[in-house]
Design a protein around this ligand. Structure first.
Ligand code: SF4
Length: 465
């Protein structure tokens, strides 16, 4: 069978076409040396799960590079504190590597506590602190005893796995072991929930929260967007967990179900149908007739506005194609939303997908869709050149590959600036996608690029004397 694109023999099975040959691509393997993978490490995986806790200090125990490369790694918004945005590191240096970094860590924690009095201090282990054997747990315990502030070890040494997904679980474990269940709520209601795996990127949470509150649901905590450590500490009293990012957070929901008996349902607030279904499922879970009625009224009111507001965009986007190269959750959860604006998802891929993610992608996309695992820059460029989508949806690392090829691009990763969740989010989504796909600049760019490709190379035949 024809390979999806020309690439190394051992990479060919990381790409497949739904309905032809492989069921899902080979995935969750260490990247091929030399292929310049775009993946991040286990520490990065833990940090993106925890960093949206806004009243906390996130202290990276390692050389400065680990902290610098991941500073403000998420575009998570806060309605309150901005403490989570501080870039804090113990900046381990040669002397610390030789004599150990525990003393420096202890002093740094105390200094940060004295300056900021945070809700919690998360201490992230990195490769270097792991290799030199610093006992982060012991230092955190000692600091917590002295200050009374939660000081939480996150055992996220980057070398533990090739897949940052393990980092998501380690971040979840830090919350399960040291935060959740450590405070009782002042009052509870029969409709208490946690929103798990919602990180408030670009303010997504603010498109969901008002809908849930209007339904009559009481949100104890969000894990972890726009949250405080104290709120997450009370999460064990919820009657239901709703899980938005199922890539990073099914793990936490499953563990909370086991430990506290809290059931969970998977929700998706990207797109109209999925938002509607999610709200109905939550109302049905509680089975309260008044809540079910209110939910239907909310849905009816919101849908009425959205139809009109998106019509113009849908007309222009009808029949256009889109390639997704995003996180494991968005690789399937965005598909229906694109169909709702009239677009065809012709490729979906992810850098760190595990079998569960690819099974979900396969269930969601149509036959003939290309499914890609851990594509490096060259492979991504080849995919774009060969299949020519009208739009690439990806993150900052892929942006210039796309733009240089004259292919419209939208950032749907941590750096995006528009919120896309909920009904109002869907309007922003349609508007932003249309602004990229319909931008006249790409007609000019493709003409310029074709001119460049026809220009003879220096030293080519036409320059020969
Ligand atoms: S934790 Fe390890 S792999 Fe991750 S950034 Fe630091 S040194 Fe690199």
């Amino acid at each position: 069978m024809e390979p999806v694109i020309e690439t190394f023999e051992s990479r060919k099975k990381h790409m497949c076409v739904k309905g032809e040959g492989l069921s899902i691509p080979v995935c969750d393997k260490a990247s091929l040396p030399g292929t310049v993978t775009q993946r991040t490490c286990v520490f990065g995986g833990a940090r993106i799960v925890l960093m949206p806790i806004t009243d906390s200090i996130h202290l990276v125990h390692g050389p400065i590079g680990c902290a610098a490369c991941t500073w403000d790694i998420r575009g998570s918004k806060s309605s309150r504190e901005e403490l989570y945005k501080k870039g804090c590191s113990t900046d381990l240096q040669e002397k610390d590597i030789v004599f150990g970094g525990e003393k420096k860590l202890f002093e740094t924690v105390l200094e940060l506590y004295n300056i900021y009095k945070p809700g919690a201090i998360f201490v992230y282990a990195t490769c270097v602190s792991g290799v030199i054997g610093d006992d982060i747990k012991a230092v955190c315990k000692k600091s917590e005893d002295l200050t009374g502030c939660r000081v939480i070890p996150v055992q996220s040494e980057g070398f533990q796995d090739h897949n940052k997904t393990k980092g998501h679980w380690i971040g979840g474990d830090a919350l399960l072991d040291y935060v959740i269940g450590t405070k009782e709520p002042e009052e509870t209601t029969p409709f208490d929930i946690n929103i798990v795996g919602e990180f408030n990127v670009a303010g997504d949470l603010w498109g969901i929260k008002p809908l849930l509150e209007e339904m009559g649901v009481n949100i104890i905590s969000t894990i972890s967007g726009d949250s405080h450590a104290d709120e997450i500490a009370q999460a064990h009293r919820a009657k239901l967990n709703i899980v938005q990012c199922q890539k990073s957070s099914n793990y936490v929901a499953r563990k909370m179900e086991k430990k506290y008996g809290i059931p969970f349902i998977k929700v998706n607030f990207f797109g109209l149908e999925q938002t509607t279904n999610s709200l109905r499922e939550i109302a049905d879970f509680f089975g309260d007739e008044e809540m079910i009625d209110r939910t239907e009224k909310i849905i009816e009111r919101e849908l009425m506005g959205v139809e009109d507001e998106t019509q113009e965009y849908r007309e222009r986007l009808e029949g256009k194609t889109v390639a997704l190269y995003v996180g494991g959750n968005k690789a399937w959860s965005l598909v229906r939303a694109f169909e709702e604006v009239g677009m065809d998802v012709m490729m979906s891929g992810t850098k760190n997908g595990i079998k569960e993610d690819y099974e979900r992608i396969k269930e969601t996309v149509r036959d003939g869709t290309i499914i890609v695992d851990d594509a490096n820059s060259t492979e991504l460029a080849r995919l774009l050149k060969k299949y020519k989508p009208n739009l690439l949806i990806s993150g900052a690392k892929e942006k210039y590959i796309s733009l240089k090829l004259g292919i419209p691009f939208c950032d749907f990763n941590h750096d995006r600036i528009s919120a896309f969740a909920g009904f109002k989010g869907f309007v922003s989504f349609a508007k932003e996608v249309d602004a990229s796909v319909s931008s006249p600049v790409f007609n000019l760019a493709s003409k310029t690029l074709s001119k460049v490709s026809k220009t003879p190379k220096v030293g080519g035949d036409e320059n020969a004397s």
